[in-house]
Design a protein around this ligand. Structure first.
Ligand SMILES: NC(=O)c1ccc[n+]([C@@H]2O[C@H](COP(=O)([O-])OP(=O)(O)OC[C@H]3O[C@@H](n4cnc5c(N)ncnc54)[C@H](OP(=O)(O)O)[C@@H]3O)[C@@H](O)[C@H]2O)c1
Length: 397
């Protein structure tokens, strides 16, 4: 059967919108995906029409792709099947609601919203309108993540007892970010928890929660500690201890640490010497995943029986000679290599094809639960954001 085309509209023109859109334009056949293909039919910038035009040109979108100078115009375009929302997380609630109200399916960047109340409202609206909605936690859709989860569900690691996951930056924030930057600006919900902590929580939840029986799994108990960035008051060092209840017959409670920091590093010498950033420890063995944990390409399986299995998971892409650097921020990927955001795009397109309304490896209920965990961490540490970005009222930001 010929692959079914999904027509994408891109809402926002920043760093990750560029990386995602470039990935969308890579032929899925290059990664052995045969059921779906993607078309970029429009993009919108909140600042100007010319910015949207520049964006479409810079990603190499076809000339037929339509630029818009406002998000309001984009959501009215009848040629769009799904909108990818790539604004700062402070804006996700208002922007996703705009799309849903216009009857559009949505793939929304992480963190899903600023708080759980906003996440619940979006989920409720999507369900009422029978629309597809998914949080873009791309890492869960990587073949590497599927392999790690299978090592757990197959029993290879024995009874899994503990997971640690760290996603740290290794920068001096005073030198790296100006005070308005979305990483440290409270008006844009900046800080470690919502930006990088979500990935540590992703690894904890996809190994200790997603792998459990949905009928019996329970939310974790949460304890946490946080240090604030003196310049803006955003969180710069956040440590979360999670206890997942489990029946004593099945091994009892599971423990996890999800950590992140600006000044700490997962890869201090840039050579992987610091060791794995994720460790999943069971009674028969351990799975290790190397940083960066949002885009990992290296695993090590160590079993008690003496087995050690090192694997590399390079991201497929358009191939050498494409003249196309695809990456994010200062670090670009190798020439011809995709970024890995296409796996989540394939999943969204497959869900539309199959009539599913949420992602296979992160349900909307789990997105809400993780927002509840982050709410609890903020409550324990007195971290608040301006009311205008916490509200569930419909306002213009
Ligand atoms: N999956 C990943 O690995 C990954 C990586 C980085 C970021 N992200 C997530 O993606 C989102 C965007 O991050 P980014 O790094 O792409 O940010 P960015 O480079 O700052 O881009 C954000 C874009 O949002 C739009 N925007 C609308 N209102 C804005 C406002 N008040 N302030 C700033 N920008 C505004 C702007 O585009 P227009 O106004 O032109 O539309 C801007 O270019 C965040 O939620 C972040 O957590 C995900």
């Amino acid at each position: 059967m010929a692959p079914k085309e999904t027509r994408w509209g891109i809402l926002a023109t920043g760093g990750i919108a560029e990386t995602f859109t470039k990935d969308l334009l890579i032929d899925p056949a290059t990664r052995n995906v045969q059921n779906v293909k993607h078309a970029v039919v429009a993009a919108a910038s909140s600042s100007s029409l010319s910015r949207a035009q520049e964006f479409l040109k810079s990603v190499g979108a076809p000339a037929s792709a339509k630029p818009y100078g406002s998000y309001e115009e984009l959501v009215k375009d009848d040629n769009i099947d799904i909108i990818y929302v790539a604004t700062p997380h402070s804006h996700h609630y208002q922007n996703v609601m705009l799309c849903l109200e216009a009857g559009k399916n949505v793939l929304c960047e992480k963190a899903f919203t600023v708080n759980a109340a906003q996440a619940k409202k979006l989920v409720e609206t999507a369900r009422q309108k029978n629309l597809f909605l998914m949080e873009a936690v791309w890492t869960r859709y990587f073949p590497l993540s599927i392999y790690v989860r299978e090592a757990i569900t197959s029993g290879k690691l024995g009874t899994v007892i503990r997971v640690s996951a760290d996603n740290s930056f290794g920068v001096i924030p005073e030198e790296t970010f100006d005070t308005g930057h979305r990483m440290v600006n409270p008006d844009l919900a900046g800080g470690i928890l919502l930006d990088t902590g979500i990935y540590s929580l992703t690894w904890v939840f996809q190994t200790l929660y997603l792998t459990q029986d949905p009928k019996t799994r329970k939310p974790p108990h949460v304890l946490s500690s946080m240090q604030k960035y003196p310049v803006t008051g955003a969180d710069e060092l956040t440590t979360i201890l999670l206890t997942f209840p489990r029946d004593p017959q099945e091994g009892g409670d599971m423990h996890a640490t999800a950590t992140g920091g600006f000044r700490t590093s997962n890869d201090i010498d840039g050579k992987g010497t610091a060791g794995p950033a994720v460790r999943i420890q069971g009674t028969k063995g351990e799975m290790q995943v190397w940083a960066p944990i949002f885009r990992p390409t290296r695993t090590r399986l160590i079993l008690k029986d003496g087995t050690t299995d090192d694997k590399n998971w390079p991201q497929p892409g358009p191939g050498q000679g494409s003249g196309w650097y695809n990456g994010f921020g200062a670090k670009k990927n190798a020439e011809g290599e995709g970024h890995g955001m296409f796996w989540e795009a394939d999943e969204a397109a497959t869900a539309l094809l199959e009539g599913r309304k949420e992602g296979k490896y992160k349900s909307l209920d789990e997105s809400v639960l993780i927002m509840e965990v982050m709410d609890e961490v903020r409550k324990q540490n007195g971290l608040t954001y301006p009311e205008k970005i916490e509200t569930t009222e419909r306002i213009t930001l």
